[in-house]
Design a protein around this ligand. Structure first.
Ligand SMILES: [Zn+2]
Ligand SMILES: [Zn+2]
Length: 439
């Protein structure tokens, strides 16, 4: 066969496959016909009633009550308010689908009829709470998928674990689950799956990023010491403000000069506190940093260089070894999220087949962190994937593009998913993926 004929036959075969593919009904279609309003009610209730990280008691009770009615066995005590709903349905793979449950300390500005008015008292202050990261959207998708799988047991075989996780925003949830005794008693997962809503993608599209998709996160507090004194006689002091200024500037050389240009990383000093008044040189300055990286070796280089630069600048300023900076790596470290490429291709195929080729979109990696990456381990032993889920309508995207406006980002008090379009689409995409993972 000549090349041009080969191309023709290949194109025709593709055409047949694609048109057949689009005629395959999504397993969620029937469910959505009768349950869309119910799922919207779940979403609106969850949006209006957010709770802060590790305080998700009511949210967890709400989810448990609903999934228990679907016939799932509840496994409690997975750390904080985390729990699992398990359904064993014959032989086959074990698939874990995680949702997070926590909101953020943000005062909602969306003006939506179902906006959150919730607040909690913290340290004598009233703190507003909002689902500004869309975890309410994840939970509504999760509940719907749990209902669909329980109603369609003839269409799959294996064990599904619906995991509801506390405290994602403060990186304590996955850690709590993994270190709990109960987690080790759950069936060992063959595949790990999660979604995260996306503030820019169109509803009905799923964003894929194979390999490293979200950055590893470290949070560090650093205290720089000095020798305080009169602001008019700095030569009699060791000025920690000047030391901090040099240190912060020098930190920016790590990414640009110590890491390979193939290793994306970020070092941000988000807080600097020292001194009270212009004519007093203080004794110390406190810094708060976030460090983002993908590769473990790059992370090690960054941590090492921060200490080397800090110690040696302090020495150069005249400080003795007992006054070198103090580096506190906070207990909030999460590894980078690694999306298994083979699993990614399998999920894409399922979505193309059941939802359509236009539902799959390639997206770049981001420096945002997620503790979902912890479940597959540092060696990525269990194939794991987190899919970005579109939440904007096409009209809104067009109008924002025309006006050259940016969408409110995740964590913004103005962000919300256009749930009436996005939620049914998310349910279709997720169930297409879950059913196929059992094949
Ligand atoms: Zn978030
Ligand atoms: Zn989130």
């Amino acid at each position: 066969m000549k090349f041009i004929e080969q191309v023709l036959v290949y194109s025709l075969t593709l055409l047949v496959i694609t048109s057949n593919a689009q005629s395959i009904k999504s397993p969620s279609s029937d469910w959505l016909k009768t349950n869309t309003e119910k799922c919207f009610d779940w979403y609106k209730y969850l949006h209006a009633n957010p709770e802060l990280s590790s305080q998700e008691e009511k949210t967890s009770t709400y989810l448990k009550a609903i999934v228990s009615n679907f016939g799932y066995t509840i496994i409690d005590s997975l750390g904080l308010h985390s729990f699992a709903a398990v359904l064993k349905n014959g032989n086959g793979p074990v698939v874990l689908f995680r949702t997070d449950m926590d909101g953020l300390p943000v005062k909602e500005s969306t003006g939506l009829p179902y906006a959150s008015n919730q607040f909690v008292q913290q340290n004598g202050k009233s703190v507003s709470v909002m689902h500004a990261c869309g975890h309410d959207f994840h939970m509504a998708t999760w509940l719907s998928a749990a209902s669909i799988l329980s109603q369609n047991k003839k269409s799959w075989s294996g064990t599904i674990i619906f995991l509801a996780q506390s405290a994602e925003e403060i990186a304590q949830g996955a850690k709590g689950v993994l270190s709990s005794n109960q987690y080790s008693k759950l069936p060992k997962s063959d595949f790990l799956f999660a979604i995260h809503d996306n503030s820019e993608l169109e509803a009905g599209t799923a964003g894929f990023c194979n390999n490293y998709a979200m950055a590893g996160v470290d949070m560090m507090n650093i205290t720089l010491y000095g020798k305080g004194g009169h602001g008019a006689a700095p030569y009699k002091t060791i000025d920690p403000i000047l030391l901090a200024a040099n240190f912060i500037t020098e930190l920016q050389s790590i990414v640009s000069r110590n890491l390979s240009s193939n290793d994306p990383a970020v070092i941000t000093v988000g807080a600097i506190n020292g001194g009270e008044i212009g004519n007093v040189i203080p004794n110390q300055v406190d810094l708060k940093l976030t460090i983002r990286s993908f590769d473990q070796k790059a992370r090690a280089i960054i941590l090492n260089r921060i200490k080397t630069i800090g110690d040696n600048l302090a020495r150069a300023a005249g400080l003795t070894d007992d006054k070198l900076p103090k580096y506190d790596l906070l207990d909030m470290t999460v590894p980078a999220v690694y999306n298994d490429p083979i699993l990614g291709e399998k999920l894409k195929k399922s979505i193309v087949q059941h939802v359509g080729a236009s539902a799959v979109k390639e997206v770049p990696a981001v420096m945002i962190g997620e503790d979902f990456g912890m479940y597959s381990g540092l060696d990525h032993a269990i194939p794991s994937y987190i899919v970005w889920m579109g939440t904007q309508t096409k009209n809104k995207i067009d109008s924002y593009t025309q006006q050259k406006k940016d969408f409110p980002t995740l964590h913004s008090s103005y962000y919300y998913p256009e749930f009436e379009e996005a939620l049914p689409a998310s349910i279709k995409i997720v169930t297409a993926c879950l059913f196929d993972l059992f094949k």
